[in-house]
Design a protein around this ligand. Structure first.
Ligand SMILES: *[C@@H]1O[C@H](CO)[C@@H](O)[C@H](O)[C@H]1NC(C)=O
Ligand SMILES: *[C@@H]1O[C@H](CO)[C@@H](O)[C@H](O)[C@H]1NC(C)=O
Ligand SMILES: *[C@@H]1O[C@H](CO)[C@@H](O)[C@H](O)[C@H]1NC(C)=O
Ligand SMILES: *[C@@H]1O[C@H](CO)[C@@H](O)[C@H](O)[C@H]1NC(C)=O
Ligand SMILES: *[C@@H]1O[C@H](CO)[C@@H](O)[C@H](O)[C@H]1NC(C)=O
Ligand SMILES: *[C@@H]1O[C@H](CO)[C@@H](O)[C@H](O)[C@H]1NC(C)=O
Ligand SMILES: *[C@@H]1O[C@H](CO)[C@@H](O)[C@H](O)[C@H]1NC(C)=O
Ligand SMILES: *[C@@H]1O[C@H](CO)[C@@H](O)[C@H](O)[C@H]1NC(C)=O
Ligand SMILES: *[C@@H]1O[C@H](CO)[C@@H](O)[C@H](O)[C@H]1NC(C)=O
Length: 493
């Protein structure tokens, strides 16, 4: 039993545990209800910044409640000298605006409207209790000149910049140790002008790792909705070690070719996150859930967990619609993906890891995936042998287990499934049910496995590999596999 200290200064021993538990969980529920209703209010309100001023004048704003998404004060970027002509550098205007909003945190923060126009800027930082609102036709344009991009220490769970040793460039829009931040609008755009970065990278003209477009680190209660993100220099949206993140109704666009590392969304060591109603069309992974790299990620030890991804349409010709890994050394668990469409792409969904990573990938559930014209539908790869340096521990063996696929449909897929476990990293407890993937052409091996232990339940098309135990629709064992370790994979995609 716990000792409780009451505000009146007395210890209470006799209130039993049940009471404490009840109080805790009822607080949780109350908190969730409050959060959801305030979020709903903010959505209604965000249609017009003018409305809010009116509400505020009537004195109806809840004072200093969390989250105070109804911001008491609204600014326009022009109030701070912003010029939306696509030429003038607006960094100072953004910085002044953020500074002004940071002074309002006691009163619930502030909203910064970016009106129609093209607002060129160097990277800037956000502050807590801030809403960045991009009007229809508003474009925040990142400057291409790298001397304006600040250098930052590498991410602790990666040890290095992801491409180069030493420091890395920050992101165009950045935040650290924040709480209650909203980036939303009427489908305004944040454009990183990545093309110049991609060509500098390909021509080896950069001394440091490129910066993401939007990166929020060590923060909580973040909402990103109703905007378009395009042409990031590197990854597009990178929440790092954050809690309680909602990404909704966001369009992410980068060229399919020659836009290296332009991942759409990279939840990295994040907890309690929803990604929904997004359209992602990029030059690398659409979504890639990560948690640090080899010995650095193991030392940092922060998993990505409790992540829900639903109603998302993705396209990539270089990588996969949704990836888990390959950087997963802090562990990745409890991931749900549902109603996902991947079209005209190389791969549908992929899990990737390697020896040296350590950590785990477990309790992942894929439901209602549709694959339309892909090279490979489902991929699990355990020899993704990229490492930060030679200091990784080859005995740090990741585990991959409890992965469920239910409702997998598609057409024109060359290879439906390729699960490539290994003697060191066998894939455990994987299950397939309700699967019908139309194939592009008659190939011998459409469902390939190596070191895979699990179940195929009911009718599965194409016919599942021999490694899996067969169950009927009622869940009765029909045939136990005698060849779980059998290796039937052919070429590498
Ligand atoms: C996005 O904008 C639409 C239309 O303004 C609004 O109905 C919706 O609630 C907004 N969603 C979020 C999550 O802000
Ligand atoms: C912000 O700009 C809009 C027009 O885009 C205008 O209607 C509004 O009054 C301005 N608000 C402030 C606080 O200046
Ligand atoms: C944003 O804040 C981080 C952390 O304090 C800092 O390293 C970085 O230089 C800041 N970026 C800008 C553009 O001021
Ligand atoms: C998505 O965003 C667009 C543009 O802001 C808006 O018109 C639409 O209503 C939003 N949809 C949802 C489901 O929020
Ligand atoms: C938002 O803008 C992007 C880019 O212009 C466009 O592709 C997308 O359809 C728009 N989204 C909505 C919901 O209007
Ligand atoms: C798993 O994640 C979901 C969100 O997708 C969350 O609602 C659920 O509580 C999590 N489960 C556990 C055991 O934490
Ligand atoms: C399955 O996902 C597709 C989108 O890929 C969606 O149109 C369909 O409604 C989903 N089915 C169910 C039963 O949710
Ligand atoms: C497997 O993962 C699911 C979530 O996808 C979870 O509900 C279930 O408890 C896990 N099973 C085991 C045996 O851990
Ligand atoms: C299959 O491989 C696992 C290691 O991945 C090993 O423990 C097991 O003995 C092998 N089984 C057979 C029948 O070879």
């Amino acid at each position: 039993m716990m000792d409780m200290y009451s505000p009146s200064g007395r210890f209470h021993f006799h209130h039993q545990r049940r009471r404490i538990v009840w109080t805790l969980s009822s607080h949780k529920i109350l908190f969730a209800v409050l959060w959801v209703s305030l979020f709903a209010c903010s959505i209604i309100w965000q249609r017009s910044a003018v409305n809010v001023l009116r509400i505020y004048q009537k004195g109806q704003l809840p004072p200093r409640q969390w989250p105070p998404m109804l911001r008491p004060v609204v600014f326009n970027l022009t109030d701070f000298g912003g010029v939306g002509d696509g030429v003038t550098l607006n960094t100072m205007a953004f910085e002044r605006a953020v500074e002004a909003i940071s002074k309002l945190s006691e009163r619930g923060g502030g909203q910064l409207n970016v009106q129609r126009g093209v607002w060129l800027t160097a990277p800037f930082n956000l502050t807590s209790h801030m809403t960045l609102f991009l009007a229809e036709g508003a474009v925040i344009l990142g400057t291409e000149d790298e001397k304006y991009w600040p250098l930052m220490p590498p991410l602790p769970s990666y040890g290095y910049g992801r491409e180069k040793k030493g420091p890395r460039y920050g992101s165009l829009i950045h935040g650290q140790y924040l709480k209650d931040v909203v980036i939303t609008g009427h489908n305004g755009t944040i454009d990183g002008q990545g093309a110049s970065w991609w060509s500098k990278f390909q021509n080896k003209l950069l001394k440091h790792t490129r910066g993401p477009l939007v990166q929020i680190m060590w923060s909580r209660d973040i909402v990103i909705s109703n905007i378009t993100l395009r042409n990031p220099p590197f990854w597009t949206l990178h929440p790092y070690d954050c809690k309680n993140v909602i990404i909704s109704n966001v369009t992410i666009l980068a060229p399919l070719h020659s836009a290296p590392n332009t991942d759409g969304i990279d939840p990295d060591s994040c907890e309690d996150m929803v990604i929904e109603n997004c359209y992602i069309h990029v030059g690398d992974d659409g979504i890639a859930i990560k948690s640090g790299w080899d010995q650095y990620g193991i030392a940092y030890g922060r998993p990505s967990t409790n992540i829900l991804i639903r109603n998302v349409v993705l396209r990539t010709v270089v990588s996969a619609g949704v990836s888990i890994g390959s950087e997963m050394s802090g562990g990745i668990s409890n991931i749900t993906l549902e109603n996902i469409l991947v079209w005209n792409s190389k791969r549908g969904v992929r899990i990737k890891t390697a020896t040296g990573r350590g950590g785990y990938i477990r309790d992942v559930s894929y439901r209602n995936l549709t694959f339309d014209n892909l090279l490979v539908g489902i991929v699990v790869k355990t020899d993704y042998n990229e490492h930060p340096d030679d200091g990784f521990d080859p005995k740090a063996i990741p585990s991959v287990e409890n992965i469920t696929f239910h409702g997998i449909y598609g057409r024109a897929v060359r290879i439906a499934v390729r699960i490539q476990g290994s003697e060191e990293i066998p894939i455990r407890d994987i299950s397939f049910s309700d699967m019908n993937v139309g194939i592009a052409k008659k190939k011998k091996r459409l469902f390939q496995c190596a070191y895979v232990w699990g179940r195929a339940i009911g009718k599965i098309f194409p016919a599942p590999c021999e490694n899996l135990d067969q169950y009927d629709e009622q869940g009765r064992l029909v045939r136990r596999s005698t060849s779980r370790n059998a290796t039937l994979t052919d070429y590498d995609v």
